[in-house]
Design a protein around this ligand. Sequence first.
Ligand SMILES: C[S@@+](CC[C@H](N)C(=O)[O-])C[C@H]1O[C@@H](n2cnc3c(N)ncnc32)[C@H](O)[C@@H]1O
Length: 262
Amino acid sequence: MVDGKWLMVDSVAESQHPARPRRSAGGKATSEVVVSAHTGGNSDVFPVVIGLYVRNGATVADVTYGQGVFWRKVEPERYRVLASDLQTGVDCRALPYADDSIDAVVLDPPYMEGLHRRAQGHMAGSGTHGAFRARYSNGRALVTPGAPKYHDAVLALYFDAGREAQRVLKPGGVLIVKCQDEVSANRQRLTHVEIINRYAALDLRCEDLFVVVRPNRPAVSRLERQVHARKNHSYFLVFVKHPLASKKRRSPAKIKQSSQRE
Ligand SMILES: C[S@@+](CC[C@H](N)C(=O)[O-])C[C@H]1O[C@@H](n2cnc3c(N)ncnc32)[C@H](O)[C@@H]1O
């Protein structure tokens, strides 16, 4: 790392944008740049995020595909999309892909707001944390004493799925994660910060952050006294897998053997 950057990632980023010219002092001035904050829906913002970070023709595993809303405005020929979801029998914590085989992974598990998305046609459940755990943990969490609950159950899914995404991603591959902060048990939980910190320990470096602002005002509910700001924004986080992460995962003996062969 130099100045907080992985040198090889910069070259990976260049190679992931083959159509994009290298920056040069002579570049022309333009206001047509990709910006970090957007008012709109996921189907408006996701194409912007993936368009900037994932090269045409890449193999992309969307491991919480749901209704495929993210992909509605992405040109169908642009990527090779491997769509899976718990509802179709594939748990994002145990993917059917080989190590280091996928260019990009998209992850959008239910966050708390997601528990109430049924009205919008999503497959995410609705109701209590118990329902959440029953629906999204293969029932294991309900019978395991001490299993995470409430906000920690949401985080546990992000963390386990992040570890699995890291396994299947090629070195230098891209992970796009959708999340939202929440107030849980009267505590402000900055989910995006918790995910970024945990993923850093998995050799997934946060490369970018996009803010999605809902175009509509949140419904007015009866309040005696408002304590926290009502959230009307969520995030797309972009992570890059460390170029040497796979070598680090292998045992020192295996690394020695393979470097002797190289
Ligand atoms: C917020 S929705 C995803 C919406 C999706 N991005 C779209 O564009 O339509 C969350 C999805 O995560 C799925 N899910 C929940 N737990 C899962 C798990 N352990 N493995 C895979 N998918 C899971 C749910 O079935 C649901 O479809």
